[in-house]
Design a protein around this ligand. Structure first.
Ligand code: URA
Ligand code: SF4
Length: 204
């Protein structure tokens, strides 16, 4: 169990992206269309970590191309973070879902801790390759991937923290999907943008 043995050394983003399609580090590859690797400049100043690809991402092979991605794009622009400076990825690279009881719909499922830990070597390889100044975590699953399960996004969101055993600084905030689900979308969106502004201020 775990992606370690599938992650090539010094492969660059292109080599990693090719290799991830062969990963069997957990069971999620079995039912997904493809692995969805991170995208963006290999020298990006900011590395943004989401949770797991959704239905659209699984079909298209690119991260954050669905509704949550559109909201994220808008929030980044509003916070003054240039998309051209951002490398965007997920804590888990294969879509997790269960089939709807009737029909063809695939219902998104949250990856478990085992899958997050299994997939972490890919995220660490992306970090080692991109070497960003700042990491932004979207939601608890993403944040806990590198900050540990004691990390509470509700309490620590919008604060600059250090990544354990690494040099990068990080800011955690909520997942854009939670904004879309919120009863008060406007407020939830404003808070997301505020956290991203704090992140932008680290970059100077
Ligand atoms: N949500 C995520 O966390 N990642 C994606 O790529 C899309 C939706
Ligand atoms: Fe490998 Fe991650 Fe896919 Fe699991 S989710 S098979 S660890 S790439």
């Amino acid at each position: 169990m775990g992606a370690e043995e599938y992650v090539p050394d010094k492969a660059g983003i292109t080599g990693l992206r090719r290799a991830v399609q062969e990963c069997r580090g957990c069971d999620l590859y079995k039912d997904a269309t493809q692995a969805v690797f991170g995208e963006g400049p290999a020298d990006a100043a900011v590395l943004v970590v989401g949770e797991v690809p959704g239905d659209q991402e699984d079909r298209q092979g690119h991260p954050f191309v669905g509704p949550a991605g559109r909201l994220l794009d808008r929030a980044l622009v509003e916070a003054g973070i240039d998309r051209a400076q951002v490398y965007l990825t997920n804590a888990v690279k294969h879509f997790k879902y269960k089939p709807a009881e009737r029909g063809k719909r695939r219902i998104h499922q949250k990856p478990g801790r085992t899958e997050v830990v299994a997939c972490r070597p890919w995220l660490l390889a992306e970090l080692d390759t991109v070497r960003p100044d700042l990491v932004v975590f979207l939601g608890a699953t993403a944040a806990q991937s590198l900050l540990g399960t004691k990390f509470k996004v509700t309490q620590e969101r919008g604060k600059v923290v250090e990544l354990p055993d690494r040099t990068e600084r990080a800011v955690a905030t909520v997942h854009p999907s939670s904004v879309l689900r919120s009863d008060d979308r406007e407020a939830a969106y404003r808070d997301l943008v505020a956290d991203l502004r704090t992140a932008a201020s680290v970059l100077g």
